[in-house]
Design a protein around this ligand. Structure first.
Ligand SMILES: NC(=O)c1ccc[n+]([C@@H]2O[C@H](COP(=O)([O-])OP(=O)(O)OC[C@H]3O[C@@H](n4cnc5c(N)ncnc54)[C@H](O)[C@@H]3O)[C@@H](O)[C@H]2O)c1
Length: 265
């Protein structure tokens, strides 16, 4: 028998019922999957991205689940955009319970050829959006004495053999290791306020963007698939499920952790 939690007036309640979440980088890939997963569990969401068309598609998918979605188009490494994401959550939807710092990405190049500009871009993209959004969200979470902050790191925080060996990925690995340090420190700062701070470190995940890279490098000696003990790429849902778990009451005693979701590497 299929069971759903149904309470008052026929409204279906999930694990995140009545929670408000903010997700950055929600126009595609892992961010979109996270937005949908939070909504499936009953959360209303504010979605941020620089890609307004993709953002609208994610918002439509959230609305189709009967949840509210608001969108903020802009570069969330800018403090004004990060502040706007949190302001829309608080002013329009009433509060902010969950912040998912998903924005991130790589530029690759061997270290002896890597430009100052590329280094700064990668470090900023992976760390500054997380910093600005977390700084904006925490006063509200402190005031309500609850909250969940979840950032997306990467298996690259330990080095990423497939990318590094062939292309060079030191800036990306450096920044994703930084997310782990940020998570541990901020978890301690916020522990007395009932706010849990964690990260998820995905292995190679099949996204719209990643698919092309993975298939081009499938035959490499150190390909992502060969280097992954489960011998397959991950699905976006396998990441969003863990993020949703960390946002839920079931994860109430987990903080300061980076959870590897990487097929065993
Ligand atoms: N896909 C993987 O295999 C994988 C593995 C490990 C970690 N990750 C991490 O997971 C996260 C999501 O990855 P993905 O593969 O879904 O990426 P993606 O490139 O498919 O999506 C990233 C989204 O962020 C948006 N974005 C980029 N810069 C932005 C900015 N400055 N401000 C606002 N939005 C911006 C993009 O428009 C895009 O919609 C990233 O942090 C990535 O580093 C991905």
């Amino acid at each position: 028998m299929e069971q759903t939690d149904v309470v008052e007036e026929g409204v279906e309640m999930g694990r995140l019922a009545n929670r408000i979440g903010v997700v950055t980088g929600a126009a595609q890939g892992i961010g979109r999957a996270i937005a949908i997963s939070l909504a499936e569990e009953g959360a209303d969401v504010v979605l941020g991205d620089i890609d307004s068309q993709g953002l609208q598609e994610t918002a439509r998918a959230v609305s189709a689940l009967g949840r509210q979605a608001r969108t903020v188009v802009g570069d969330s490494t800018e403090a004004e955009v990060a502040n706007a994401l949190v302001d829309v959550a608080v002013q329009d939807l009433g509060r902010i319970d969950i912040l998912v710092n998903n924005v991130g990405g790589a530029r690759v190049g061997k270290i002896w050829e890597f430009s100052d500009e590329d280094w700064d871009f990668v470090i900023r993209l992976n760390l500054r959006s997380m910093f600005c959004c977390t700084r904006a969200a925490t006063p509200h979470m402190i005031a309500q004495r609850s909250g969940r902050i979840i950032s997306i790191s990467s298996g690259a925080r330990h080095g990423s053999p497939w990318q590094s060996y062939y292309l060079g990925a030191s800036a990306y690995s450096t920044s994703k290791a930084g997310i782990h340090g940020f998570t541990r420190d901020v978890a301690l700062e916020l522990s007395e306020y009932g706010i849990n701070v964690n990260a998820v470190a995905p292995g190679p995940i099949l996204t719209e963007r990643g698919r092309e890279y993975f298939s081009a490098h499938e035959q490499d000696e150190y390909s992502a698939k060969k280097m992954t003990p489960l011998r397959r790429y991950g699905e976006v849902k396998e990441i969003s499920d863990v993020v949703t778990f960390l946002a839920s009451d079931e994860a109430s005693y987990i903080t300061g952790q980076t959870i590897d979701v990487n097929g065993g590497r």
